[in-house]
Design a binder for this molecule. Sequence first.
Ligand SMILES: NC(=O)c1ccc[n+]([C@@H]2O[C@H](COP(=O)([O-])OP(=O)(O)OC[C@H]3O[C@@H](n4cnc5c(N)ncnc54)[C@H](O)[C@@H]3O)[C@@H](O)[C@H]2O)c1
Length: 356
Amino acid sequence: MKRIAIIPGDGIGLEVTREVVELLGQLSAEGLPLAWKIFGYSADSYLREGRALPEGGMEELARFDAIFLGALGDPRVPDMAHGREIILGARRSLDLYVNLRPVQLLHDRLTPLKSRRCEDVDFTIVRENTEGAYVGAGGRFREGTLDEVAVQEALATRRGVERVLRYAFRLAGASGEKLVMADKHNALEFVGGLWYRTFRELEGEYPQVEARHLFVDALCHDLVRDPSRFGVIVTSNLFGDLISDLGAALAGGLGLAPSANLNPETKRGLFEPVHGSAQDIAGKGIANPMAAFLSAGMMLEFLGFGEAGRRLRAAVTTCLEEGSVTPDLGGSSTTAEVGRVIRNAVALGAAVVEER
Ligand SMILES: NC(=O)c1ccc[n+]([C@@H]2O[C@H](COP(=O)([O-])OP(=O)(O)OC[C@H]3O[C@@H](n4cnc5c(N)ncnc54)[C@H](O)[C@@H]3O)[C@@H](O)[C@H]2O)c1
């Protein structure tokens, strides 16, 4: 039995996770050995209880085989304190150092790029997930005055950089894809320099991988000009965050972008759509649940249910082909309608076989 901790979170996180939970129920009724527990950690609970997680909360989450997160973010918590404690806290305390963000165009009409097709937009971003500009190093001085000073530092360790680079080399090697490492060592010489030197040192250990370096600004340019040249892209936390949204736009938008936060050694994983809580559409029942379903598909594969994961991705593609889509993709379906179409398409597939 695989056990999943589910945190629906805030805003549309609640709406898209509801659809995923229904799917888990369906798969479990079909015989997939899944159990799950829903945790109400959110802005509401944070405001009510004064903290994001109860005593021992992270330790409890760590005991599950996987964590699924909808989205966090609420205007009543403007500094996102609860989100940082839960998302960044899980990434750090479970040491989920790989943030895997596949960018796969599932229907030709969804890319904003002229004359590009599904086979042209299919690459994976490997974002370092525990270091960089997101470690919270810095401070402010004379806040709120004209003399205010703010410092935000990026941190990189040889160990942290090396392990995520090795993961990307192995991923590219296993999938036969080309690897690009992107940094900005021409301007950010200390952190960028560490990334670049480590990359160059490791290259020789993976002779089967065609690897090259690009400055991150050139990468953004080239991704738009010709995404078909990319297979695996590895980069730092901040750059990976930015490139992910660019990638999401190339493949149809945030409503379709899934992600996994992984520690490949300890086999821990947290799965979440790339999007946030989308306050502008929250509560309207029109959020696109596809990113959440695709993230759930990655989670099922991670748990050893590869066939179920593949069926789920195929079901999302079927739904797109049928045109049952929410307004962000130009349709008029609701979140619940899209959820139903996807679950029906999953049900039409072969019976789920437990693989592990
Ligand atoms: N991992 C997370 O939980 C996460 C990630 C990003 C942002 N946030 C938080 O979410 C809140 C809102 O942030 P934001 O507006 O910058 O980013 P967002 O991703 O929530 O929304 C950006 C835009 O994309 C649209 N969008 C996003 N997901 C969609 C979906 N599934 N279907 C249809 N449209 C969708 C939104 O309507 C909005 O116009 C903030 O509090 C932010 O801090 C959380």
